[in-house]
Design a protein around this ligand. Sequence first.
Ligand code: EPZ
Length: 424
Amino acid sequence: MDKLIVHGGHKLSGSVNISGAKNASLPILAAALLTEEDVIIRRVPDVSDTNYMIQILSALGAEVERSSGTVRVNSANITHDAPYELVRKMRASICVMGPLLARLGKARVSLPGGCVIGDRPVDLHLKGLKAIGTEIDMEGGNMDMTTPNGLTGAEVDLRGKNGPTVLGTDNLMMAAVLAKGTTVIESAAAEPEVVDLANFLIGMGAKISGAGTSRITIEGVEKLHGTEHTIIPDRIEAGTFMVAGAMAAGEEGITLHRICKEHLVPVTEKLIEAGHQVQFNDAGTSVTVAPGKHPQGAKIITAPHPGFPTDMQAQFSSLFAVTKGISVIEDTIFPQRFMHCAEMSRMGANIKVDNGTAVIEGVEKLSAAPVMASDLRASAALVLSALTAEGSTEINRLYHIDRGYEHIDEKLLTLGARLERVRE
Ligand code: EPZ
């Protein structure tokens, strides 16, 4: 139950490296189950979510070795039963379903429970897996899955009420790579993390085309082999630090290395629209962000990639809370994902949340208060607010931020922030 004490008002400067993407690492670690040969994955961030996934792979019988950011996995001898004790800790564990079904023809995974960011059913995952021949028995909170006639390719539309599903697309793609015949996923998610998974699978010998578009075609193959892969940069971690630069950097700004410009287009456009300075190097692998001279509010409507990512809306609410004028944030993917707003109001922010939309009237400055993190991105937003607040803010339940940000306190200290982690 660590907490973070952030002493606000210190200008940031200098540079940091961005880590590998958590949301690419999780499905790619699960996909290692698809072959009995060695798989080497580089730039896996040291965050609790990747550690959970590694524990799940080990519990399924895979051999897993980790040395700093490199993970070796060998899944020669695995079972199909993912333990509830581990799966309940992380929703993304659900992406072992596809690989287990493809490799073993069966899987036993517990149904994910509730989530603070909102309603997160798995009906689209099940729709996709059923369409290619999976039978599913729900019992005791578990999904018992079998493929009595093996998996056979089919055409499936994965559009849901809030658009495509990222992990649902991943699960079906991973199940279809060893199925008989061809699978076509319509309304597929096109996030960069889906493309990174597809590239990893292609490296193992899979036949996939169209990743990054809304139509993905997978031609099943007999067997997959080992491979080596380097995870893409984490665009959400990069986006979070870009907002830190706009909110708290000195005139020189802060520089982030090991980023991918192409993945940051919606965040970059919104920061520039809000009056801040964003400068990439020619290669598009580093970016410098500094506060603008005339910052202004803006309107954000989240959408599936390449739209504005829901995983960045909380961080922008921190920026807009101290930006003169009215800003509006509508989250169309997780309409209830505004837990951070009540905590920021405790620091003096003026935010009204109603029906999936936050209306933010900027104030001069926030003031420090003890606040509670509720989920990963909400905790990042509280850290950003604390960086510019008057006084020392205490952020509790830090374990939320450790789920997806690698050593965030050390990186902020490198940039000149004043803070300390307090172990409890
Ligand atoms: C992924 O979650 C990310 N997680 C989330 O990031 C991210 O917020 C989300 O995609 C959207 O971009 C990982 O990659 C590990 P979805 P996922 O299925 O795949 C509805 C973070 O902060 N839906 O794309 O679980 C769902 O309720 C995390 O790093 C169904 O209706 O999200 C939501 O409204 C949080 N039925 C929408 O689709 C389904 O079967 C998109 O969810 C599945 C989803």
